[in-house]
Design a protein around this ligand. Structure first.
Ligand code: C5P
Length: 483
């Protein structure tokens, strides 16, 4: 088989892999394996900003029927009085859109029936390692692997002892030995059994092996008059623990930060029905707002007139003109980060007509233009409420890098995201963007200017990458802001 050296791949491919693997919390190599698997299965994973990572990262999850389920668990029910709570656990897991396939040990069947487990899980229940029907295709291996996780509830002292020592003489222990999935145990036993030196040794061994335990809780035992640590956790507690293991919390590197963003064009009125505008769609600014929100920030988006839905969870202030945009930006301060992605009209009409201008024989109406306030420069030069990180955009049709570098100095911001908007690039109004991030090294005012050129990406990918850089910068306290 050929081997692949990631280092030798194209920059654009490497960036894509870096973004995707970071988002999915896999190594780049693992991500390549997943992509190849997806290609073979004929499906490709969409790149969504800071989406929840998949349920497991160890191997491709098998295709399942029942499209609404998002994950699947093999639930091993051990033999103890707490087994009755496992029937409730099936329901709690299914409420969380988790598919459940039950395995009942021989002892478990003394407490609950396969019929009850099957009725609640809507699946066949497995009980026998030597069942010819399920073992003709190595059923215990499938039960061990065709799931995202294994939950053992109740986990009896005997089952844990078998696990700790690698026994595989019945279906449950064979599955536990054959799996490469996460295992969650909900122990349940008499307090004396729980505290017995043998059980202590087994628990310690299982924890070293990476098995996760929930409980046991303390309380009354089934045995009359006995109490102590040994009660199985409640079904809801086990279901919550399983869900946390299946769906670890999404990283929120901008939690607690307030991000102010401008987006879209501005409309500068000529008269009550006409205006000066530009071709900005607002897509890039909206994508940045969504990515910052997904990264945990409180986001205020000041948008000119666009044809886009407000991003979920973002406070949006809709404006028309540059002056209104400045007003809303000032009202939104203070902020930790300000990103000015709007294509603000440089000029407005000074002599705006109160009524619709009429065609006359005197020729065209003289329109006097005056300069609009520069929002980016105004905010960058604030002394009191200047956000610690101010980012501008430079949309240019020629001399991109040089113009962007001089804009960085002129406007007094910290970073400039420069993009070529010549008509041939299709950036204006399109879905893709090629950008160069221009920044002062170490954030110092007179520091050397760094130019980082990114490959062609979708506007969403640019947004994710920019937000990732912002998160690194604002959490890196060794860097001083430029003012
Ligand atoms: O000068 P230019 O329009 O090329 O500068 C672009 C950058 O400045 C963008 O970040 C844009 O949002 C911002 N800008 C602004 N107010 C203006 C003009 C531009 O905030 N009046």
């Amino acid at each position: 088989m050929a081997s692949l050296t990631i280092r030798k791949l194209d920059e654009s491919v490497k960036t894509y892999l870096r973004l995707r693997s970071a988002r999915n919390r896999r190594s780049v190599e693992e991500e390549v394996r997943v992509i190849l698997g997806e290609l073979i299965e004929g499906r490709e994973e969409p790149l969504t900003p800071f989406a929840a990572p998949p349920a497991t990262s160890t191997a491709p999850t098998p295709q399942r029927t029942g499209a609404v389920s998002e994950a699947s668990i093999t639930l091993i029910i051990g033999g103890g009085i707490a087994a009755y709570k496992s029937l409730d656990l099936i329901r709690r897991l299914k409420e969380r859109r988790i598919e459940v396939r039950c395995v009942l040990t021989k002892a478990a069947q003394q407490f609950v029936t396969p019929l009850a487990a099957s009725a609640l899980s809507h699946e066949r229940v497995y009980t026998d390692l030597f069942d010819p029907q399920s073992e003709f295709d190595a059923g215990h291996i499938r039960l061990a692997r065709e799931c995202d996780m294994i939950v053992v509830a109740p986990a009896t002292a005997d089952l844990m002892a078998k696990m700790a020592n690698g026994h595989a003489d019945d279906l449950a222990s064979a599955i536990l030995l054959a799996t490469n999935r996460k295992i969650l145990l909900a122990p349940a036993m008499n307090p004396l059994m729980w505290n017995n030196a043998a059980t202590r040794r087994n628990v310690a061994q299982l924890q070293r092996d990476g098995v996760v335990l929930i409980g046991p809780n303390s309380g009354e035992m089934a045995e009359a008059g006995e109490a102590g640590v040994g009660r199985m956790s409640e079904a809801v507690e086990i279901a919550n623990a399983a869900e946390r293991l299946l769906r670890p919390p999404v990283p929120r590197p901008l939690a607690g930060k307030r991000v102010l963003i401008t987006a879209g064009p501005t409309h500068e009125p000529i008269d009550p029905v006409r205006f000066i505008a530009n071709r900005s769609s607002g897509k890039q600014g909206f994508a940045i707002a969504a990515a910052a929100q997904a990264a945990g920030a409180e986001v205020i988006l000041v948008s000119g007139p666009v044809d886009l839905a407000d991003p979920a969870g973002v406070t949006v202030r809709h404006v028309e003109s540059a002056r209104q945009m400045l007003e809303q930006v000032q009202a939104a301060l203070p902020a930790d980060i300000a990103i000015f992605a709007a294509a603000v009209a440089d000029w407005r009409v000074a002599n705006e007509g109160e009524q619709k201008l009429k065609k006359t024989s005197a020729g065209m109406p003289p329109l006097q233009l005056v300069e609009n306030p520069d929002i980016l420069a105004t905010i960058s030069k604030l002394t009191d409420k200047r956000p610690p990180l101010v980012i501008g955009f430079a949309a240019e049709t020629e001399h991109l890098i040089d113009n962007a570098k001089s804009k960085l100095a002129r406007k007094g911001c910290d970073w400039i995201v420069a993009n070529d908007v010549s008509p041939a690039t299709g950036v204006m109004g399109g879905d893709r963007n090629t950008v160069h991030l221009i920044s002062r090294q170490n954030g110092a005012k007179d520091g050397e200017i760094e130019v980082d050129s990114w490959p062609v990406m979708t506007k969403e990918q640019v947004a994710i990458e920019l937000v990732a850089r912002v998160a690194t910068r604002v959490t890196d306290t060794s860097r001083e802001p430029s003012s």
